[in-house]
Design a protein around this ligand. Structure first.
Ligand code: 5AD
Ligand code: SF4
Length: 472
């Protein structure tokens, strides 16, 4: 999965959407959703909101007037569980107050911390009524109903039924509210077992959703005004399924099929593993104008010794050659990556190998972290712990280099003419924000009713985190 649990770390999506109107029989209740971690969690939170809307829940921006606080957690790096516990501690008072006001106030914990901690959560934080894992959240409404009878409900198994089939579809007006760029989970879980990573334990074994279900969901999104879809998976390029021609399809074929959908103008996918970049996917980058020229392809480290200890199953050279092949297929493609510094046993030389790899590849965007041992992963038992001060020093140097590359890339964009999908209002009135093909935010003068349009602009300036452009 790689980047998934980093990009929008700790970005709440609460209140972003108002779930389906209450059904006539269901009482009206409010849910405050707080989402941590990856895009997959954002998608899961939306689907949980859809499921809750059947029970009459509508979204609220404030926990203070909520009847349900749902925390969708991330376990990828340090102290995630501790942060959740301290947040839960603060909710105890609110629960008392809301109950005294007559609300059947409940607290539910979902996501990877829920999966990893299970019953421990209700033991340590009695304020919690429901603990629900990433593979069982379609059962959230039932779990809440059970909890209303006073029971503590912990649902963290890996059921055989398909949660996607069990979940209600988001109504058109909800999709419209969520915006013109949408996520769509096509793959879940991971069988790679990188030695630093909890994902294979919290998200379970690798599974792919069937072509038909994905196409139907993408068509619904497009019919409700979505212009850009980002396919999600912890190991998205390991996706495979039986195609309409009866053959086994890979992600490249799936992207070709989705590109045929009317109204869907842009496709992206994340996160990929180098081992699963097959020819079909590389050719899709060569052939499909709808497929944006941006690829998040984490390498984690540039030393073969460390890559081996991480169980990444490729060398630095394999990665560099793969990048060359992808760039041959699409010379305009921008690369992004994830890096870990201070994995157990990492020497100064190993670290210099990583710096060299970054110089060789050249990244437009990157995410980098100090290694943090995750309980239950093989990495946590390795010797050769790297001193925190050394980790910090390495991370500073690595980030300075990556930041320089990101700036250089942005500067090289200045003067280019691009198609921009206008997504949302900018900070200043009269401005809209969109994303460049390479995922940078771009600010341009445009009218609110142009949201959803794809317009031609010329990039005029590179700011710290975004680009500025003029209409052409
Ligand atoms: N320590 C530090 N970083 C980690 N990541 C995953 N697990 C760990 C860990 N134990 C990083 C990897 C991954 C990204 C999502 O988070 O770089 O690609
Ligand atoms: Fe990604 Fe490796 Fe974790 Fe799988 S085990 S999600 S490939 S980092």
């Amino acid at each position: 999965m790689d980047r998934l649990d980093t990009e929008i770390a700790e970005t709440p999506v609460s209140g972003r959407e108002a779930p389906e109107q209450a059904t006539s029989a269901a009482p009206s209740r409010k849910v405050f959703v707080k989402t941590y971690g990856c895009q997959m969690n954002v998608y899961d939170s939306e689907r949980m909101s859809d499921a809750l809307s059947r029970d009459g829940y509508t979204a609220t921006d404030s926990p203070e007037d909520a009847d349900l606080v749902l925390i969708n957690t991330c376990h990828i790096r340090e102290k995630a569980a501790e942060k959740v516990y301290s947040q839960l501690g603060r909710l105890a008072k609110l629960k008392k107050r809301r109950q005294s006001e007559g609300s059947d106030f409940m607290v539910a914990v979902a996501g990877c911390v829920a999966q990893a901690e299970g019953q421990e959560i209700t033991r340590r934080a009695p304020v919690v009524d429901v603990v629900i894992g990433p593979q069982t959240y379609h059962r959230l409404p039932d779990a809440l109903a059970k909890a209303r009878t006073g029971a503590k409900v912990v649902e963290t198994d890996f059921p055989v039924e398909d949660k996607f089939t069990a979940l209600p579809k988001a109504p058109e007006k909800v999709i419209r509210k969520r915006g013109v760029s949408a996520f769509l989970t096509v793959q879940e879980g991971c069988d790679k077992f990188c030695t630093f990573c909890v994902v294979p334990y919290t998200r379970g074994a690798e599974t792919s959703r069937p072509v038909d279900a994905i196409v139907a969901e993408a068509e619904r999104l497009a019919a409700a005004g979505v212009r850009e879809v980002t396919l999600l998976g912890q190991n998205v390029n390991a996706w495979h399924g039986e195609g309409s021609d009866g053959r086994e399809w890979g992600l490249g074929e799936l992207l070709r099929r989705l590109a045929e959908i009317d109204g869907l103008e842009r496709l992206r996918y994340t996160t990929s593993h180098p081992r699963d970049m097959d020819d079909g996917l590389i050719e899709a980058h060569r052939d499909l104008p709808e497929l944006m020229p941006y690829l998040h392809l984490p390498v984690q480290a540039g030393s073969d010794r460390i890559l081996k200890a991480m169980n990444r199953r490729h060398t630095a050279d394999d990665y560099i050659r793969l990048v060359e092949r992808i760039r041959q297929a699409n010379p305009d493609l921008a690369l992004s990556g994830d890096f870990i510094v201070g994995f157990p046993g990492e020497t100064d030389e190993d670290f210099e190998d990583t710096m060299r790899l970054i110089e060789t590849v050249g990244y437009a965007q990157a995410f980098s972290f100090k290694y943090s041992p995750r309980p239950g992963t093989p990495g946590a038992d390795l010797g050769g712990h790297v001193d925190e001060a050394v980790k910090s020093e390495r991370l500073d140097r690595l980030q300075a280099l990556l930041y320089r590359q990101q700036r250089d890339f942005a500067e090289r964009c200045v003067g280019r003419e691009i198609d921009l999908l206008l997504e949302k209002p900018g900070r200043e009135p009269g401005q809209l924000i969109g994303r460049s093909p390479w995922l940078q935010p771009v600010i341009v003068n445009a009218k609110p009713e142009e949201i959803g349009d794809i317009v031609k602009v010329r990039i005029t300036k590179a700011g710290t985190n975004s680009l500025f452009a003029d209409r052409v």
